[in-house]
Design a protein around this ligand. Sequence first.
Ligand code: UDP
Length: 479
Amino acid sequence: MGRTVVLYPGPGIGHLVPMVELAKVFLQHGVAVTVVLVQPPLEAFDLSSSVARFAAANPSVNFHVLPPPPPAGSGSGGDDTSARPIVRMFGLLDAMNTPLRDFLRSLPSVHALVIDMFCTTALGVASELRLPAYVFFSSAASDLAVFLHLPSTRDSIKISLGEPGDSVVHFPGVPPFKASDIPSEILHDDEASRVILSTFQDLLDSTGVLVNTFESLETRALRALKDGLCVTGRATPPVYCVGPLVSGGGGDEKDHEYLRWLDAQPDKSVVFLSFGSLGAFSKKQVEEIAIGLQSSEQRFLWVVRNPRNDEKNLAEPLAEPDLDALLPAGFTESTKGRGLVVKLWAPQVEVLRHRATGAFMTHCGWNSSLEGITAGLPLLCWPLYAEQRLNKVFLVEEMKLGVEMRGYDGELVNAEEVEAKVRWVMESEDCQALRQRAIAMKDAAVEALREGGSSHAAFVKFLEDLQSYVDSVSRPTGR
Ligand code: UDP
């Protein structure tokens, strides 16, 4: 078939990055793709500059920005500016079904829709147009195993939250975790949790789920998903592990000043600290990190952002930080030569893959986790928002590729902890086993992607299944 697949990433850089990598995999397999995009209601995310950057770095990928939705009042939501950002986002995605449907109808030949895990509202559009619709799950398979359970178990977990000692939750295929590790948006009985849980429920209506992971990283969770153990009453759709899908970075970043600085450092000597596209700390926390790094006497590269006015509002755009005002007096001078502070954003993938980088302090976003894993680095895990606390549990307890930063779930991670963990990961004999596991997992990731490797084979199987599906439905496309 002259196959064209439409990819529909959710809003947010952490969803767009792996979807663009997925687009490249389709192209490698001779399948034409178009990536359709939505301008999200997060003021922090400037879509046009990101699209321009991605388009320049990936000239073979076709991007199409959908027009804005019909105005509210004509039956759509998405622009209630008083609602919480996450509710606005889901409202917008509902409203985007109209322009998405129009766009799909305008294409001469569409064979499948691959939608982000947050865009399951578009499953209705696919069904209307009689298109097979796959979900691209851009987080860990272990998260998927948990999320598929939550619509039916959330209420009992929530009740136990109020009990002393934070109750421990058990799900098949994943290590036990604390109830408070579940994303906070899900645990409250409000509009946000309702839309998120119904999105998880909708995953079951997809034709299949492509997951950004690889078999040997999450063997147990995948077995549980395949056994269908994760969902009471309903079968889990076929799961295809096609990762790790990690950006190779943009070509223009090779000459970046931070990379040149790394060029001058010894092998495996620098700890890289970066907390995702949205991570930001209070001034007090920034100071604790600075003091810890100072006392550790280790080399570091650290991405610093301004504190948020409202720590809970991830949509708040952050201005470039004034480092003199933010960092403790004397910090820059005393760490000159062995440490570098980066304002707002670093070319993370290139930094992680640089031979001078020896460890990664991360917020455990799944893209960052995979980027650290594929660079073969030990992880210092400091989860902040969304599903990152769960990822921390999987990375530390199950994969054993990282250690936790104590205090992440309290008021502060103090300077002593930062110093101790940085020293431990960079210079201790005790960390040797962790370093070796990290390198072995990097090799396993390479294996998975190789022709005939598990992720390559899973993608081939997915294409075969898609072809069979297309053949099995006599399908005038609804246009
Ligand atoms: N990123 C980057 N430079 C930075 C911070 C983040 O390139 O200074 C990239 C990072 O490489 C990753 C993405 O932004 O690909 C963040 O995605 P992740 O899933 O880790 O976290 P999120 O931002 O979604 O919380």
